[in-house]
Ligand binder design. Sequence first.
Ligand SMILES: NC(=O)c1ccc[n+]([C@@H]2O[C@H](COP(=O)([O-])OP(=O)(O)OC[C@H]3O[C@@H](n4cnc5c(N)ncnc54)[C@H](O)[C@@H]3O)[C@@H](O)[C@H]2O)c1
Length: 260
Amino acid sequence: MCFREDALAERHIVISGGCGAIGLGVVRKLTEHGASVTVNDIIDSKTADTRLRNAGVNLEKTVYVQADLTRTKDVEKLIAKARCRFGPIHTALCHVGIVVPKPLLEFSDDEWTQTMQVNVKTAFLLGKASAQAMLEDDIAGHLIFTISWVADVPWPEIGPYNASKAAMKQLMRSFARELADKGIRANAVAPGIVSVGLAKHQWDTDPSYRARAQKAIPLGEMQPLDSVANAFLFLCSPAADYMTGSVLLVDGGCSLYPMD
Ligand SMILES: NC(=O)c1ccc[n+]([C@@H]2O[C@H](COP(=O)([O-])OP(=O)(O)OC[C@H]3O[C@@H](n4cnc5c(N)ncnc54)[C@H](O)[C@@H]3O)[C@@H](O)[C@H]2O)c1
């Protein structure tokens, strides 16, 4: 991708779930372009450092904060540590997400609650706390939510996940609407079926998923991680400064489904 190496110089970006499969690729891309990144995840610091190092991330450009973002107190801790280490926050990536793959009729109450808490509640708490910090610091900031093409397409056997991503989309649009006059923007990235992380695990372990997914990708192959990272690079850069309330769909045509 043809962005200058200093495209994100002086930018401080916070990411939740940043030690996951996609998060690591995003952190690497952002730091390679000059950003300082506060990386959150729920895992311990030692494991996080190992994952970041193995992913080729320059650790001097990052600080890691272990926190469970379903808890308000942990979100406050994340924001405080982030500002303490790298100063005012310019962009917050509400990125953490989980999927429990099973038919709707087999989904338990607890699984529903967990999906909504980890996907939607963390996005609300981090979006809100980041926007409050941006206002206090007089920063024209940016909230970016990781949703999915399934926010609009009811992909089978992940119903509550589909619903959580649709909720995040509308949450993003609500932040965009309410905060535009305060100079804060909100957008979303909607990846397709990515060749790492949640989808890759299903692809490798569930033959029926694999058969369906193969049919559903018009471009014919699982989505390269770099294509997701590039979408974040663009949205985090000044090139996207006039965007708010938008979904950047980077899904290889998956949302053109059904194919047959
Ligand atoms: N993999 C795909 O194909 C795909 C496609 C579209 C969208 N997405 C979205 O991209 C995001 C990342 O997905 P991934 O595939 O990298 O998943 P992943 O499971 O590899 O990463 C998620 C990370 O979130 C962390 N986490 C879980 N609960 C947390 C909590 N309460 N607080 C803080 N961190 C927590 C996990 O430890 C993990 O490192 C998710 O929002 C997912 O919905 C993924």
